[in-house]
Design a protein around this ligand. Structure first.
Ligand code: KIV
Length: 303
């Protein structure tokens, strides 16, 4: 645990960062091993994002992601998080039908997944009502405005939002409405830095930016982008801190070559019988029943 931040991160502690000015660090997480590393490294918030669909499950966009897939991946992240706040991302069509459906699915993230909050995209009047409904049921909500990937069909692609003055002003009022509805923080995705700065200055809850410049109260990024875990397209705003695609490709081709040439496994990477047992086993080779001293199979004879 981070000495300067004893104990677990909580929704009120994330919210309080607006006042303290300490930046919120957030990453997406989808499994136990990597979430454990992020948690130990002191990341404040782990979002089990529906980006899961694209970077882990190989879908073209986030729309096919199901509640079952989200819950399946939220559980290991929640098990890994000893300090970070875990937020489950409500997938497309898991909150669109009715407040009852949204409540039931948000409840699953908490009860089954172990999440401590959920994220929902958008700021239409119906979405704002949903935020109120969930918060009223004691399920904290992280809002999400700007580029909302679940609207990719309507938006005509993953495009920067708020690029005209009216659109920028609309985003500022959406942020205010999301705050008023009760969200504890807002993800602001893919908007000009100046617009994110205006949004951040105008709300009393933290903004967590992704492709939204440096003025936000925190930053989030898709983990696989951060560590270069795919060879595909990276948006302009991504800073790659490692090139795992290169590292893993190197390791895998090296392994393949070693197996093909017989270099791996070598003597050091294998178990061995004691020399006496190995000799007897070899002598008995080819005889019916093997003629092998069965002790050669015991743990005693292997090391
Ligand atoms: O699904 C996701 O990973 C997200 C983040 C990019 C904010 O919504």
């Amino acid at each position: 645990m981070n000495a300067s931040e004893p104990g677990r991160m909580t929704v009120p502690l994330i919210r309080a960062r607006k006042k303290t000015g300490e930046k919120i660090t957030a990453l997406t997480a989808y499994d136990f091993a990597l979430a454990s590393i992020m948690d130990s490294a002191g990341v404040d918030l782990l979002l089990v994002g529906d980006s899961l669909g694209m970077v882990v499950l190989g879908y073209e966009n986030t729309l096919p992601v199901t509640m079952e897939e989200m819950i399946h991946h939220t559980k290991p992240v929640a098990r890994a998080a000893r300090r970070a706040l875990v937020v489950g991302d409500m997938p497309f069509m898991s909150y669109h039908l009715s407040p009852e459906q949204a409540l039931a699915n948000a409840g699953r993230f908490v009860k089954e997944g172990g999440a401590e909050a959920v994220k929902i995209e958008g700021a239409s009047p119906r979405r704002l009502h949903l935020i109120e409904t969930l918060v009223e049921a004691d399920i904290p909500v992280l809002g999400h405005i700007g580029l909302t990937p679940q609207s990719v069909i309507r938006l005509g692609g993953f495009k920067v939002q708020g690029t005209t003055l009216p659109a920028a002003r609309r985003l500022v009022s959406e942020a205010a409405a999301v705050e008023k509805a009760g969200a504890f923080a807002i993800v602001v995705e893919c908007v000009p830095a100046e617009v994110a700065r205006e949004i951040t200055a105008s709300v009393g809850i933290p903004t967590i930016g992704i492709g939204a410049g440096p003025a936000c109260d925190g930053q989030i990024i898709v983990f696989h982008d951060l560590v270069g875990c795919h060879g595909g397209y990276l948006p302009k705003f991504v800073k790659m801190y490692a090139d795992l695609h290169k590292v893993i490709t190197g390791a895998v081709t090296h392994y393949r070559d070693d197996v093909r040439s017989g270099v791996f496994p070598d003597r050091d990477h294998a178990y061995h019988l004691k020399p006496e047992a190995a000799r007897i086993l070899k002598r008995g080779r080819g005889r019916a029943g093997g003629g092998v001293n069965t002790r050669a199979n015991s743990k005693e004879d292997a090391k």
